[in-house]
Design a protein around this ligand. Structure first.
Ligand code: PLP
Length: 406
């Protein structure tokens, strides 16, 4: 494997700064990854010379912007191996995307007494929209449990699937534990009963190659800003057989065919789900992020990142005061931990003084915190531009935190 991490880091201008007098060690990638120069430059070029509203203009700039935006959609299609570019819907991010699926699929297919299966390790964005749908439709949210390592109990899941189940909502990778869920097998189990699965891919697309056709995912939702693209970009991929039958999520301009005061008809996919002026620069930026990833050896990147996660796990596990939260056999990027007697916010604050950016809190996964009976965890999350040296600095700083509180 050849992964020249120092060369890769040159692409990310934000990484070369100092914070509190120390070189920045950026380990908050699960919250938001950094953008490489080609993404920043592409967005800047768009804003400087190409900006115009898309889809409806006959003039040069509008057509140019439309072409760039639709080219980004085509890149998304290839990136996730979607069968149809029109089944890739631009949204503002994963949260908006899951709200779209929960609301629209709910209105179309969920009724009184139905069940929505949601796993115990979901981000709030993949819990609350389903709770709202359940409330509105008279349905029930049923929880797929996990074990102490933070792995879903697949046998329990298979037992919970039944004729009342109308959809399964599942993260590909947990943002609070790092667990990689066996989504392909879980999708296959749901499909045996004709139940569709909505995969929250926010934490998988930045870390390894994905293929929605191989997974046979019915819905696949993610954010651009976690995969080295801009905020304000995200994607809902859905199978046409569902999207065509689902009602629009938001309505208004761009998503209609004919409007009269008596009746409105809607545009075909993807426009039906894209009401109003989208975040054009963000969509084009997401396309540039995909170009950037495609230019890497993404498999080598994933391998490098995995080695960092393993090394960091080893280093922190060696510190007696540290408890690692989430010890699944298959993990990506995320290392959550607590230190005996020290609040995670204090860990985060002291690490920040060392120039190390981690996240401390419930990570929008309060049910996970309840499961482990902790108020919060400290979370380091890695990307392919992190280094072994940064892991050393993290481990040394954690030791320092313990000394400060001793
Ligand atoms: N799902 C998971 C697993 C996440 O980690 C996140 C963000 O942390 C989200 C959903 C929500 O993403 P966004 O805030 O970009 O909408």
């Amino acid at each position: 494997m050849t992964w020249d991490v120092e060369k890769i880091r040159e692409d990310f201008p934000v990484l070369s700064q100092t914070v509190n007098g120390k070189p920045l060690v950026y380990l908050d990638n699960a919250a938001s990854a950094q953008m490489p120069r080609p993404v920043i430059e592409r967005m800047s070029a768009y804003q400087s010379a190409e900006h115009s509203n898309i889809h409806r203009g006959v003039h040069y700039l509008s057509q140019h912007a439309t072409t760039a935006y639709e080219a980004a959609r085509e890149k998304v299609k290839r990136f996730i191996n979607a069968p149809d570019v029109n089944c890739c819907i631009f949204v503002r991010g994963c949260t908006e995307g899951i709200n779209l699926v929960a609301d629209s699929y709910g209105k179309g297919f969920i009724g009184e007494g139905d069940e929505i299966l949601v796993s115990q390790m979901e981000h709030h964005s993949n819990i609350v929209p389903w709770q709202v749908t359940a409330e509105e439709r008279g349905a029930k949210v049923v929880v797929i449990p996990m074990n102490e390592r933070g792995e879903l109990i697949v046998e329990e899941y298979e037992r919970l699937l039944n004729q009342r189940t109308k959809i399964v909502a599942l993260s590909h990778v947990s943002n609070s534990l790092g667990t990689i869920n066996p989504v392909k097998e879980m999708i296959a189990a749901a499909h045996k009963l004709g139940v569709p699965v909505c995969v929250d891919a926010a934490q998988s697309v930045p870390h390894f190659p994905v293929d929605v056709q191989d997974l046979d995912a019915d819905f696949f939702v993610f954010s651009g800003h976690k995969m080295f693209g801009p905020t304000g970009s995200g994607i809902v991929y859905g199978k046409r057989e569902w999207l065509d039958k689902m009602p629009p999520y938001q309505t208004g301009g761009s998503q209609i065919r004919i409007v009269s005061f008596e009746r409105t008809t809607y545009a075909p996919l993807p426009a039906k789900f894209e009401a109003g002026t989208p975040a054009i620069a963000a969509g084009i930026g997401l396309g540039a992020a995909i170009d950037y990833i495609n230019g890497l050896d993404f498999v080598a990147a994933a391998e490098h990142e995995h080695q960092l996660l393993e090394y960091a796990t080893e280093r922190l596990a060696d510190i007696p005061e540290v408890t690692i939260i989430g010890t699944a056999a298959h993990k990506a990027s995320v290392l959550s931990f607590t230190i005996d007697g020290i609040h995670p916010h204090d860990i985060g604050t002291i690490l920040d003084q060392e120039g190390i950016a981690i996240r401390a809190g419930h990570h929008c996964a309060q049910p996970v915190m309840q499961f482990y009976d902790v108020p919060a965890t400290a979370r380091a999350s890695f990307a392919f531009y992190n280094t072994r040296d940064e892991v050393e600095q993290l481990a040394d700083a954690v030791q320092k935190v313990i000394e400060v509180f001793a």
